[in-house]
Write a protein that binds this ligand. Structure first.
Ligand SMILES: Nc1nc2c(ncn2[C@@H]2O[C@H](COP(=O)(O)OP(=O)(O)OP(=O)(O)O)[C@@H](O)[C@H]2O)c(=O)[nH]1
Ligand SMILES: [Mg+2]
Length: 464
């Protein structure tokens, strides 16, 4: 089976806890704080790897977790950092957010188009800080440390799209597989019945100094854009193919059709699937010139292709057109014309790559954009008035702070309140109508609201 879309759950490693400890020496009754930091948890990274060609590895295993950081220790010993977990995917994999409960695909995270390109999909938690960090001129012996930060976790969707430079499209039995076999080392199944090819085949072709990746897409039939036949499933693979190589069977073999009619059917299907596919650079190939009497059909097709090329150039015979004005006449059977076609595809692909490289400078930096949005979302929080003097605060960062707090430790709790205040939680609560003595709930914890002034007094009291 052709696995090209999977949904997996990823979780970074949790951060190790910071340590609360004081130096112990024979001649010093109670030394200064020396608790080390917890190690950071490992990230889950998705990385494009050119040696892979499918997402099959993710078919049965759906949960992935990076290593956690270890806890800090006394004598300023920091915990070890958890190792990153690297998930390898084929080049051409699109990574998106996925919301499991709603069964919905979210924002684009990254489009991994180059070998080695990577994106962090779930960050490990930061290690908690040891008590050495909480020393201030007035607080010489902080008796608390931070717990490790819980790691991020989420569902993501991986979708593989073929990264071919050129794609062979055409009616069933037009000879697409025969042509890819002629031009590359690919050895797909070839047979005289329609829909021999069920999943795309990829081949690497070489011509002179250039090489390119060519794909053989299953045959398209009328109505493919609406899902008839097998074609539609694969049309989306050519969304990112720079060049379309349209193969027309001069013998009209499949259901005894007219070659010109076939040519029109494929044009229509591409246009109906997506306007931009119709405008994609294209080369038209007339196959099976070895068949007796095929010249007449080839001449008619050549004339039409030339007309279409001029029309696509806005009527300007010498203007740039997405459609190559020349009809490439070949026989996949005898090999006649195959080298010329290969050279033409190689040259065109090379030109298109150069143009794409020039565009790449304006490319979106997916990771930065997504990361920035994610951070913003992370900081956001909501205050809900539940009535009866009870308020709930929810938001990723706020909740993490609460989880990172050691509730057995009064100083740690006071420190949390200080952080929440800095984040603007207190102001938001006041705005929502909270008054002293009200109950504030954040992830399963409840505490009493104290206005800023009282809290400050308390911090002072606690020497924070
Ligand atoms: N005479 C002749 N027959 C050819 C030529 N190219 C392909 N064929 C025959 O046409 C039939 C279909 O060829 P394939 O290469 O399987 O066609 P396809 O376009 O991949 O077909 P699907 O995978 O079904 O879409 C086979 O019987 C081939 O031997 C050619 O140039 N000349
Ligand atoms: Mg085939």
């Amino acid at each position: 089976m052709f696995i090209d879309k999977v949904r997996i759950h990823v979780r970074g490693g949790d951060g190790g806890a910071g340590c609360m400890s004081f130096r112990r020496e024979a001649h010093v009754p109670k030394g200064g704080p020396d608790g080390g930091d917890g190690g950071h948890g490992g990230n889950v990274v998705v990385e494009a790897d050119a040696s892979l060609s499918s997402l099959i590895e993710y078919r049965f295993k759906h949960h992935f977790k990076a290593d956690r950081g270890t806890h800090g220790k006394g004598s300023r010993m920091h915990g070890a950092t958890g190792e990153d977990l690297v998930l390898k995917v084929p080049v051409g994999t699109v990574v998106r957010e996925y919301f499991e409960e709603e069964r919905e695909t979210g924002q684009l995270i990254a489009d991994l188009t180059h070998d080695g390109e990577r994106i962090v999909v779930a960050e490990g938690g930061m290690g908690g800080r040891g008590n050495i960090h909480f020393v201030t001129p007035t607080r010489r012996a902080p008796a608390f440390a931070e717990l490790g930060e819980p790691a991020q976790e989420r569902w993501i969707e991986l979708e593989m799209k073929l990264m071919a430079d050129a794609a062979l499209v055409g009616m069933p039995s037009a000879g697409k597989s025969s042509l890819i076999a002629r031009m590359s080392a690919a050895r797909p199944k070839i047979a005289d019945y329609p829909f021999t090819t069920l999943v795309p085949n990829l081949g690497v072709a070489r011509s002179g100094d250039y090489s390119f990746v060519i794909a053989d897409i299953p045959g398209l039939i009328e109505g493919a854009h609406e899902g008839r036949g097998l074609g539609h499933e694969f049309l989306r693979h050519i969304e990112r193919t720079a060049l379309i190589v349209q193969v027309v069977d001069l013998t009209g073999d499949y259901e005894g059709r007219d070659p010109l009619e076939d040519y029109e059917v494929i044009n229509r299907e591409l246009a109906l699937y997506a306007d931009e596919l119709a405008a994609r650079p294209r080369i038209v190939v007339a196959n099976k010139i070895d068949a007796p009497g095929s010249d007449e059909a080839a001449d008619r097709l050549a004339k039409r292709v030339h007309e279409d090329s001029v029309a696509a150039a806005g009527g300007d015979e010498f203007g740039p057109s997405p459609i190559d004005p020349k009809l490439y006449r070949v026989s996949a059977l005898t090999g006649e014309g195959a080298d010329g076609l290969k050279a033409a595809i190689a040259t065109k692909v090379h030109e298109l790559r150069e143009a794409a490289r020039a565009d790449a400078e304006n490319d979106v930096q997916y990771d930065h954009v997504w990361e920035h949005r994610r951070r913003e979302r992370d900081r956001r929080f909501d205050v809900a008035n539940l009535g009866g003097g009870v308020f709930r605060v929810s938001g990723p960062q706020v909740e993490r702070m609460v989880v990172q707090t050691d509730w057995e430790n009064e100083e740690a709790v006071a420190f949390l309140q200080h952080r929440l205040k800095r984040l603007g939680v207190e102001t938001a609560l006041e705005k929502a109508g909270a008054v002293d003595g009200d109950e504030i709930r954040i992830v399963g914890r409840a505490f009493e609201f104290e206005s800023a002034r009282t809290a400050d007094d308390m911090f002072k009291e606690l020497d924070l």
